[in-house]
Ligand binder design. Structure first.
Ligand SMILES: [Cu+2]
Length: 145
């Protein structure tokens, strides 16, 4: 075989290989739509969520007495005014049913949402150190409508 033809075939093979390799559609960017919304059952009734702001500090929650109606969904917003704290929601059986997902520092705000499906007495408390024993607890009283 003519040497020039061999080189040509070699080049053609390389070019074809490059074209093939480079022709893969770059679809990754098209999948990233910043406006895409993920369906979420918890966000469908936003207007029905009651927001309760609780200040935390050394060593208190304010308010420490909270009244809720059975069936209400409450978004607890915890504003740390000093110290390092979390907030845990405990049901009447002593089970932790919801909490902030971290221990916050002064000036930080955390939140979580919980639906009180039936009347029972809950407590809130701080699980850091012995803060609960020092007074960081409170009552969430759930009443029938
Ligand atoms: Cu605390």
């Amino acid at each position: 075989m003519n040497k020039k033809i061999v080189v040509f075939l070699l080049m053609a093979t390389i070019v074809a290989g490059c074209l093939h390799g480079g022709s893969t559609p770059d679809a990754t960017n098209e999948d990233q739509n910043p406006n895409a919304t993920t369906p979420d059952a918890n966000t469908t009734d936003n207007e029905d969520i009651r927001e309760i702001t609780v200040e935390s500090g050394n060593y208190f929650f304010d308010p420490s007495e909270i009244d809720v109606e059975a069936g209400e969904t409450v978004r607890f917003i915890i504003e740390n005014e000093g110290g390092t704290h979390d907030l845990v929601l405990e049901d009447s059986d002593g089970n932790d049913v919801a909490s902030t997902d971290r221990v916050s520092n002064p000036g930080e705000t955390d939140s979580f949402t919980y639906t009180f499906d039936r009347a029972q007495d809950f407590q809130i408390y701080c699980s850091v150190g012995n803060h609960r024993q020092q007074g960081m607890e409170g009552d969430v009283n759930v009443y029938e409508e």
